[in-house]
Design a protein around this ligand. Structure first.
Ligand code: SAH
Ligand code: SF4
Ligand code: F3S
Length: 439
């Protein structure tokens, strides 16, 4: 009988990418995907450890898998990703029912484990290869992730990623261009380039390559209508990348520029290597060349030692920049990071209260910014039906805003939509009549 697998993915887009590669690899071994965890012979978790909550959520799921294995001991339980990498072999002491564990650079070893006769639990934790080399099973035919680099050479004091993903390594330029061509040939219209610090791509290559060169090369590929990337680091957001946005037709008008904090004192303690002023200079340069671009960000609330006045500086920056959206996180001490050694002295109540104030400003400014789309007709890549109303379609504009709209179109098509209303979260619209008539 055909063996079946089930993968649960936690964490960032890189993990979603890695899970698609795990699935592709398993299918090439003859496994098929099970809709429910309970139906799977191989239960996999692709884990994240970025914040404490991520750990807690995963442990709940893992215990459910333990119950399934108790009923059927032949099931295999595997744990991959950043949490696995951060605890390494301890996973087997803590959770003896786990059969195989592997870090983000060791996904290919899962195949080795599954095809060997070994009955003993195995752990694989040295970085050995890009998951981008493995076969992939995409969630959607017309969208694809591309892993352009792995790892991070920064040392942000709160962040566990450098220890789970290792030093930064870029994939060769030619290999990426060939992969993008292949994807376009398969009908992919939108690619999202992934890296922990995507715009420092290519510095480790010989000959060196530049992120903006990669963007320029990918832009020439027929059929690739949209290029996105995440996450860039503000320190590496140079003019060549900003100009690429102005010049390249397929590069989407969206830049995710993680702020983390508005106070230069806090940024220094976070080891972000830029000040509030330098960050605002970047924003000014972006707005000078790209007045309409969507800017989004990540912000941490309650970093150790953050005072009320320092927090207010974050509010000021959010007010001034006017982001189109922001991911906001309460500081969470992570094992092995230097910030975890500092006293976590902003109380929970303060964090909650600051978070509320932050979200209020983020949403108000995002709603204001979103009004600029109302009355315009914008290209929407159709992704499916609206989540709230099955009679409507859902898709995204280049600025990465979700649009729910009336119309008739297939997923994967790009259609003009007249925007009629906007909130901080999403847009409403109608497919343009001309486009409907020409169908
Ligand atoms: N490489 C990316 C982001 C990685 S993690 C970058 O540098 O932009 C995504 C976000 O999680 C970070 O931008 C940060 O805002 C948040 N984050 C990371 N570690 C955290 C921690 N210990 N506590 C709270 N938020 C954290
Ligand atoms: Fe973490 Fe900083 Fe690297 Fe981003 S740049 S992954 S926040 S260490
Ligand atoms: Fe999480 Fe690792 Fe991504 S810790 S956010 S899965 S890089």
């Amino acid at each position: 009988m055909q063996r079946r697998y089930h993968v649960t993915t936690f964490g960032c887009q890189m993990n979603e990418h890695d899970s698609e590669r795990m699935k592709g690899m398993l299918e090439s071994l003859g496994y098929r995907e099970a809709a429910e965890r309970a139906d799977a012979d191989l239960i996999l978790f692709n884990t994240c450890s970025i914040r404490e909550k991520a750990d807690e959520r995963f442990i709940t799921h893992l215990n459910q898998a333990k119950g399934l294995k108790a009923k059927d001991p032949d099931r295999i339980i595997g744990v991959g990703g950043c949490w696995a990498q951060s605890v390494k072999d301890h996973v087997f002491q803590q959770f003896p029912f786990v059969d195989v564990a592997f870090g983000p650079g060791q996904v290919h070893r899962l195949a080795e484990f599954l095809t060997s006769d070994s009955l003993t639990a195995q752990g694989y934790f040295e970085f050995e290869g890009f998951t981008g080399h493995l076969p992939m099973k995409r969630a959607r035919d017309f969208q694809a992730w591309m892993q352009i680099s792995v790892g991070c050479n920064c040392a942000c004091s709160y962040c566990i990623v450098p220890s789970t993903r290792g030093r930064e390594v870029s994939r060769p330029f030619g290999e990426l261009v060939a992969e993008a061509r292949r994807l376009a040939g398969e009908g992919v219209r939108e690619v999202t380039l992934l890296g922990q610090n995507v715009n420092s791509y290519g510095r480790d290559l010989r000959p060196r390559a530049q992120f903006s060169e990669l963007l320029r090369e990918l832009d020439t590929i027929d059929g690739l209508d949209r290029i996105r990337y995440t996450s860039p680091h503000p320190k590496d957001m140079r003019e060549d990348v900003i100009l690429a946005h102005a010049e390249l037709g397929s590069l989407c008008p969206h830049i995710h520029l993680p702020l983390q904090a508005g106070s230069s004192r806090v940024l220094k303690a976070m080891r972000r290597t830029y000040t509030r002023e330098r960050y605002m200079d970047r924003v000014a340069l972006i707005r000078e060349h790209l007045p309409d671009v969507a800017l989004t960000t990540d912000i941490i609330v309650g970093f150790p030692g953050e005072t009320e006045a320092e927090f207010r500086e974050t509010l000021e920056v959010v007010e001034e920049v006017g982001y189109d959206g922001a991911f906001t996180f309460n500081f969470s001490p992570r094992r092995g990071t230097t910030a975890a050694l500092l006293e976590d002295d902003v109380t929970n109540e303060e964090k909650v209260e600051r978070m509320q104030r932050l979200i209020e400003v983020v949403q108000r400014r995002a709603a204001e910014r979103a009004q600029r789309f109302v009355g315009r007709t914008l290209d929407v890549l159709v992704e499916g039906t609206s989540r709230h109303d099955a009679d409507r379609l859902r898709g995204r504009i280049g600025h990465n805003k979700t649009v729910n709209f009336d119309g008739i179109a297939e997923p994967g098509s790009i259609v003009p939509v007249h925007i009629t209303a906007a909130t901080s979260q999403s847009l409403r619209g109608e497919m343009s009549l001309l486009a409907l008539a020409s169908r």
